[in-house]
Design a protein around this ligand. Structure first.
Ligand code: APR
Length: 245
């Protein structure tokens, strides 16, 4: 860390118009998209080592493609819910940056205009030898034999366990600057994504809406509730310029 960064936390002013909304699988649960660690979660049915790691891809790419093709079909049959829509409403008065761990496109389809996917996007495929070659595939499946322009097998544009998250620096900067932070529907089990929340300013208003959490982040007001019921409530308070709690 450079010496002048020591001064940063003392002198940095928060952007009063900036809100960061950090979301996880729980915000899409009421849209019918399975979470990972709840009772009917994906990791209770599949072994993440067999479908969501570079080793899994090397060992059995067809199994990995089948897993993501099934999830992509589920996403494409789902619709955004009131929580996604409430977050869009915040844009009437604030600069809203959605930082999501989710690979679904429900924030996009709800109408959010600034979304950072730190774990990738299921509606995109990429080259398995050049990660800069990324292709929009929408709801199409990826099959063995589908290749990029370098003729290598296409893979899901998803961050697998053991791979670095995407847009880490950009996401950190937004969390640092935000005057308000709303966390929705995440167990905060997976780092470094979960660690982003520790970059929030002491002076920022920090609220978390989730049914459960592994470890409540320090300084966050925790509301144990469904996203579709309490996210609109928090948004309503912020649109009136009031503190949520
Ligand atoms: N409303 C609010 N919260 C909910 C709801 C709901 N309707 N349903 C479930 N939740 C909460 C659960 O209590 C849990 O805390 O959402 C959280 C879901 O946790 P996980 O299944 O662990 O999902 P997530 O936190 O997004 O996982 C992070 O792990 O496997 C990786 O890459 C994957 O991005 C994912 C990351």
């Amino acid at each position: 860390m450079h010496e002048n960064e020591q001064l940063q936390p003392m002198t940095r002013t928060l952007d009063k118009k900036k809100i960061v909304v950090f979301t996880g699988a729980g915000i899409s649960a009421e849209s019918g998209i399975r979470t990972f660690r709840d009772a009917n979660g994906l990791w209770n049915e599949y072994s993440l080592e067999e479908v969501a790691s570079p080793q899994a891809w090397a060992k059995n790419p067809q199994l990995v493609l089948d897993f993501y093709n099934e999830r992509r079909e589920n996403v494409c049959n789902a619709q955004p819910n009131e929580a996604h829509e409430a977050i869009v409403a915040l844009e009437q008065q604030y600069e809203v940056v959605v930082i999501t761990q989710n690979v679904d496109d429900l924030h996009e389809r709800a109408g959010s205009s600034n979304i950072i996917h730190v774990h990738g996007e299921i509606t995109k495929a990429r080259s398995s030898i050049d990660e800069t070659l990324i292709y929009d595939i929408g709801c199409k499946s990826i099959s063995m034999g589908d290749t990029c322009e370098l003729r290598s097998q296409l893979r899901p544009h998803i961050v697998w366990f053991g791979e670095p998250i995407m847009h880490h620096g950009t996401a950190q900067a937004h969390v640092r600057d935000a005057a308000r932070i709303l966390v929705v529907g995440t167990s905060l089990s997976v780092y470094p994504a979960a660690g982003l929340l520790k970059k929030a300013s002491y002076h920022a208003e920090k609220v978390m809406v989730s049914l459960d959490v592994v470890e409540k982040p320090f300084g966050y007001e925790f509301i144990r509730a469904k996203a579709s019921s309490m996210v609109p409530w928090v948004v309503g308070k912020w649109l009136k310029g009031e503190r949520a709690i």
